[in-house]
Design a protein around this ligand. Structure first.
Ligand code: PFF
Length: 491
């Protein structure tokens, strides 16, 4: 019988179960849906390079710090941070890391479930053969029709949330562990098959070039902010998901090797998803900058013309669904673990957390239809070809349809109106602000407030040089990188 400290929630069966769970959390919509579309929006190779730099110099070191904290206290992130803040006499606001995380988790889960609902819908449509022989235009219309119907979106959002709740309610071993053991290997096999298919496409070289050809002039500050934010999102950092999983990690597992494995696997999946999607985009003469619809509009076209496409297409969307499912579980786990520590049963805690996130998700559902014109942080610019006169305005909130009509009546200038829907705001706030902020606080805590000895004992690096490098990264490099990007983003 090992004498290691155990929390009340249990310990993963082995180091590899932790890897499976952490990869399950990290690999999700962020890799297969979001990474390709933001890469498309920010121009390809230049963005990918910054993203890779962020993953290796900031993301992986912060992930080690986050897991270390969880394993040290073996409680939910909220209680972990309360306890450790006291133990190491850090300023009280560090205890807030757990809370920022829980709130960010709710926000992300709420919109994540809506998007994951699309994959449920697409899995069913694929299965019925609806996409066989479909043209690009029709695929676009199908996606548009889905987004414009709040009731359909709500039904699939609900189905997904129930799937998530069903696993979490059964607990760490019977729920999380046993489902992840089957789902994750299947995901990898399918991705390899799709990669093999994409290699045979005429647009493969162009897709490859788009991902890996570095054009520095395409790189703006906003792209750097997005790349950094996405590196936190894709590795599930800064909100306690990975801390909660760290709390169930066996004490003798080496931190460095284990986390590098997780980070590398996550990155490989994102790149593989890009190498599947972009060749399809280019082979069909489509635009890489299509935004959130990229995966849902382009892949069905390819599957529709591929021999055996119904089968492969169905499996693909089911697997994206699985990837989203295993990530969503980790989004809810910190809040559920906290409620269990407060004395709620696991089932009650799950119902409460999922229900709250479901209600908030309705805002995202409406963002794609009834509320699509109701936007926040709206910038208006006007320009004219004949005169130099340029008009500029910024509104906290506006109905952009009304605004455009009003502006149209003033005439003379060409107006450009750009704002953020409710969904965009949640996405921006969590990915670009809350997660990096949580990540910096975690780094500062481990780097500056925990004793070197305590960190070294918990991290168990065999190589002292590697330990020193990692500690330098979380003490100096990650905080500076995030602060720099925040500063640039706000100025
Ligand atoms: N890492 C997940 C993805 O890439 O889809 C999303 C995510 C899960 C973010 C869990 C944050 C989190 F805590």
């Amino acid at each position: 019988m090992s004498s290691e400290k155990r929390g009340m929630h249990g310990i993963w069966a082995s180091r590899w179960t932790f890897v499976l769970a952490a990869v399950g959390s990290a690999v999700g919509l962020g890799n297969i849906w979001k990474f390709p579309y933001i890469t498309g929006e920010y121009g390809g190779g230049a963005f990918v390079l910054v993203y890779l730099l962020c993953i290796f110099s900031v993301g992986i070191p912060v992930m080690m710090a986050e897991v270390l904290l969880g394993r040290k206290a073996r409680m939910s992130p909220i209680n972990t941070m309360h306890q450790l803040t006291r133990t190491y006499k850090a300023p009280k606001f560090f205890a807030g890391i757990g809370w920022i995380g829980a709130v960010a988790g709710f926000f992300i889960l709420s919109f994540y479930s809506v998007i994951a609902g699309w994959t449920v819908y697409y899995s069913l449509e694929m299965m019925t053969g609806y996409f066989v022989g479909i043209e690009a235009e029709q695929a676009g219309e199908t996606f548009g029709a889905l987004l414009s119907d709040p009731w359909v979106l709500m039904v699939f959002h609900s189905i997904f949330m129930i799937l998530v709740g069903a696993v979490i309610a059964r607990g760490v071993h019977r729920g999380l562990e046993s489902s992840l053991r089957m789902l994750m290997p299947a995901l990898f096999v399918m991705l390899l098959i799709l990669l093999g298919y994409s290699l045979t496409l005429p647009g493969f070289a162009q897709g490859f070039d788009f991902l890996f050809h570095f054009e520095p002039e395409k790189l703006g500050t906003e792209a750097i902010l997005v790349a950094l934010g996405h590196s936190f999102f894709t590795l599930s950092l800064g909100m306690g998901a990975i801390m909660a999983y760290g709390a169930y990690m066996p004490a003798d597992s080496p931190l460095g090797k284990t986390i590098v494995t997780v980070g590398v696997m996550d990155t490989l999946v994102a790149l593989a998803a890009g190498l599947v999607i972009f060749p399809i985009v280019f082979s069909n003469g489509l635009e890489p900058g299509a935004g959130p619809g990229l995966m849902f509009q382009t892949l069905p076209i390819a599957f529709g013309s591929l021999p055996g496409g119904v089968f492969i297409g169905t499996i693909f969307f089911v697997l994206v669904l699985i990837a989203a499912w295993s990530s969503a579980i980790s989004l809810a786990e910190p809040a559920v673990a906290w409620a269990v520590e407060k004395g709620f049963s696991r089932v009650r805690a799950t119902v409460f957390v999922c229900l709250l996130a479901w209600v908030l998700g309705l805002g995202t559902v409406l963002s794609f239809n009834h509320w699509s014109d109701k936007q926040f942080f709206v910038s208006v610019t006007g320009s004219s070809e004949t005169s130099e006169q340029v008009y500029e305005d910024f509104l906290l909130y506006a109905d952009v349809a009304e605004l455009k009509t009003d502006l149209g009546e003033t005439g003379g200038l060409q107006y450009n109106v750009a704002g953020k829907t409710f969904f965009d705001v949640l996405d921006f706030l969590t990915t670009n602000i809350m997660l990096p902020l949580g990540g910096v606080l975690i780094s500062l805590f481990v780097g500056w407030f925990m004793t070197r000895r305590a960190v070294a004992d918990e991290a168990r690096f065999r190589n002292p040089q590697l330990f020193r490098t990692w500690r330098f990264m979380i003490r100096v490099v990650s905080p500076l990188a995030v602060l720099f990007v925040f500063y640039q983003g706000l100025s």
